[in-house]
Design a protein around this ligand. Structure first.
Ligand SMILES: [Zn+2]
Length: 355
């Protein structure tokens, strides 16, 4: 899907471009064209001089455009999120679209600027309670000399840094989808998480109470490959943007065995997907491998990874062979992020199960 978005411009984008070509670009482009206009009465020599001047002007003009485009890109980059004025975001996107249609910047430039590193994606997923209370408590006495401690501190620092910037991030992702993913995604469709339904992944009601209150562990048959467990293909419940994913987790069943990587030491290899239509965030954890990249648009039912047993808890004997699935809902008006409880979650998964 990434390729599709890269190669074609959605219809809406083209319409926008026409309007923008007459407005935004006018100052930039017309001014330079006037300067480059040659004198018709001038001789051959003058003409060739003018031609080379035209060339220089054209190069200069392109260079100026590239610089301006890069400035616009940096304004919207996650690295400058603190300085960014939220009210300017829609206008910045209009400009980005103009430069994209002019082929001055590519889809991959835009993606690189706005899709943050995995730590950010994980922190954007955190519920308010976890970000404001549980996580700071957890790291207050942590041993920072271990890979586990280092990773947790890095996550906690990122979390406190971007907590108040969430409205900007989510608006940026919403517009990114609107301009670059709208045509490719079926936003209404809900799909199964597993293609193989010879097993029943949703625990019964009595089992659910032993599950998490905020997430659901969906069990499946799996094969062992040394320490690794290889589960079935995991499909995306809904369409969305891959905000982050990791497939570099290394560790064992305990904190001291953790060596690095993953979305977090406990989640292991995971995928975080944002649905810009309902402001839901989906978390698929303990995967063996992932099939997507940050910034990709995925459709409902698309295979996004393979089940596994990465993450500390999932690596414990008898605790693997499940995908930890969680949905959070970001409330735009209140700037809060909270989980969808496990019963509602079970119902959603049951409803979408293919028999
Ligand atoms: Zn779990």
């Amino acid at each position: 899907m990434e390729k599709i978005a890269q190669e074609k411009t959605p219809g809406m984008s083209r319409r926008k471009f026409l309007t923008l070509a007459c407005t935004v670009a006018a100052g930039l482009v017309l001014g330079a064209d006037k300067l480059a206009g040659g004198d018709k009465k001038a001789g051959k020599e003058n003409n060739s001089r003018n031609e080379s001047l035209n060339k220089t002007d054209k190069n200069q003009k392109n260079e100026d455009k590239k610089n301006t485009a890069e400035n616009v890109l940096s304004m919207i980059s996650y690295t400058n999120i603190k300085q960014l004025d939220i009210k300017k975001i829609p206008n910045i996107f209009d400009n980005l679209l103009y430069y994209f249609n002019q082929k001055i910047i590519t889809f991959s430039d835009i993606k690189k600027a706005i899709i943050p590193p995995i730590e950010y994606a994980a922190c954007l997923f955190f519920s308010d309670n976890y970000a404001r209370k549980e996580l700071p408590e957890k790291v207050s006495n942590i041993d920072t000399d271990t890979p586990f401690g280092k990773k947790m501190i890095e996550i906690a620092n990122t979390s406190s840094e971007i907590l108040e910037e969430r409205p900007k991030f989510f608006l940026i992702f919403e517009l990114y989808a609107k301009y670059f993913g709208e045509a490719d995604c079926d936003w209404k469709k809900e799909s199964y998480l597993f293609r193989n339904t010879s097993f029943n992944p949703v625990p019964g009601k009595s089992e659910l109470s032993k599950n998490h209150t905020f997430a659901i562990d969906l069990y499946y048959p799996s094969k062992m490959q040394g320490e690794r467990e290889i589960g079935p293909e995991i499909c995306s419940l809904k369409a969305g943007i891959v905000l982050g994913c990791a497939d570099d987790w290394q560790g064992g069943a305990t904190e001291s065995e953790y060596q690095g990587g993953g979305t977090s030491p406990k989640s292991g290899n995971a995928i975080i997907i944002f649905n810009p239509k309902n402001y839901e965030l989906y978390y698929y954890a303990h995967l063996d491998s992932v099939n997507v990249k940050p910034g990709d648009f995925v459709n409902s039912g698309q295979v996004i990874g393979i089940g596994g047993n990465t993450g500390l808890n999932a690596r414990k004997k008898g605790h693997g062979n499940h995908v930890h699935f969680e949905i959070h809902h970001y409330n735009n008006e209140k700037n809060t992020n909270d989980y969808v409880d496990v019963y509602a979650l079970a119902e959603t998964i049951e409803k979408t199960k293919v028999v």
